[in-house]
Design a protein around this ligand. Structure first.
Ligand code: PGA
Length: 251
C-alpha cells in the first residue's frame, strides 16, 4: 500500500501569525479525516519553526518550499537542508515549476538539491510537469520523462525509495483549469513505468505520486480515485483550512 499524502504549498503567502492560525485550524479539523492520509504543511521559511511547534504532538508534517544545493557557506540568501531540518521540517519541495520558471532551476541542479535534502534526512517532494505548449505539441511524456531521468536516475534505489513525486502540469497551476482525472492518471502511470524501467517494478509501485494544479474540493475525489494518484500537492486551496481538509477527505 502506498502512502496517501496531501501537502499544502502555501507559496509566498501568510505571515507568521496567519500561518500558525491556519495550522491550528487544520489540526482542529483533522479529526474529521476518514483515512490516515498524511498531511504536510509547507509554509514560507520564516514560519516553518512556528508551524512545526504548532503541529508538534500531532501526525501533521511540515515542509519547506525549496533548499540550497550546498550544505553551508558563503551563499547569501540561501537556506541549507540541515537548517530546514533543524527547525522541525521533514519534507522539502524540490523543482516546483515556479522555481524552474522564475529562478531558472534545471533538472541537474535539482538533482543536487535532492541529494542535499536526502543527506539531511528530509523527504524531497520532487515536482515535474509540462508547460501548455509542450502539451499541445504532444511532447508531454518526453518532457516529464526527461525531468524524472535527469533529476532522479543517479539516485540509488535506497535513496529513490524516499522520494515523493508531484506531477503538476504547469498549465493547471493557479489557473483554475485542472488536468482531468484521465490526464492525471495517464501521466502518473507513465511516470511509474519510467521509474519501473530504471528501479524495478516493486520500487516504482511503492512511490507516492501526487497530483497538483488547481486541485480543489470539487475535483479532488475524481482525481484521487485514479489508481496511480496517491494524493495532491495543493496551492491556493491549502490556504483555506476547510478546503484543505475537504481535499484530504476525498480519498
Ligand atoms: P494550485 O497550485 O493548487 O494553486 O494550482 C499547486 C502548486 O503550485 O503546487
Amino acid at each position: 500500500m502506498r502512502k496517501q499524502i496531501v501537502a499544502g504549498n502555501w507559496k509566498m503567502n501568510t505571515n507568521i501569525a496567519e500561518g500558525a492560525e491556519l495550522a491550528k485550524m487544520v489540526i482542529a479539523q483533522k479529526t474529521t479525516l476518514k483515512t490516515d492520509v498524511e498531511l504536510v504543511l509547507i509554509p514560507p521559511f520564516t514560519h516553518i519553526h512556528e508551524v512545526a511547534k504548532t503541529v508538534s504532538g500531532t501526525t501533521i508534517k511540515v515542509g519547506a518550499q525549496n533548499c540550497a544545493e550546498w550544505s553551508k557557506g558563503a551563499y547569501t540568501g540561501e537556506v541549507a537542508a540541515s537548517m530546514i531540518k533543524a527547525v522541525g521540517a521533514t519534507h522539502v519541495v524540490i523543482g516546483h515549476s515556479e522555481r524552474r520558471e522564475y529562478f531558472k532551476e534545471d533538472n541537474h541542479l535539482l538533482y543536487r538539491k535532492i541529494k542535499e535534502a536526502l543527506n539531511n534526512g528530509l523527504t524531497p517532494i520532487y515536482c515535474c510537469g509540462e508547460k501548455l505548449d509542450e502539451r499541445e505539441a504532444g511532447k508531454y511524456f518526453d518532457v516529464v520523462e526527461q525531468q524524472i531521468s535527469e533529476s532522479l536516475f543517479e539516485l540509488t534505489g535506497e535513496q529513490m525509495q524516499k522520494i515523493v513525486i508531484a506531477y503538476e502540469p504547469v498549465w493547471a497551476i493557479g489557473t483554475g483549469r485542472n488536468a482531468t482525472a484521465e490526464q492525471a492518471q495517464e501521466m502518473h502511470a507513465y511516470i511509474r513505468k519510467v521509474l519501473a524501467k530504471k528501479f524495478g517494478q516493486d520500487l516504482a509501485n511503492s512511490i507516492s505520486i501526487l497530483y497538483g494544479g488547481s486541485c480543489k474540493p470539487s475535483n479532488a475525489a475524481e482525481i484521487f480515485a485514479k489508481p496511480d494518484v496517491d494524493g495532491g500537492l495543493i496551492g491556493g486551496a491549502s490556504l483555506v483550512a476547510d478546503d484543505f481538509i475537504a481535499i484530504a477527505n476525498s480519498f
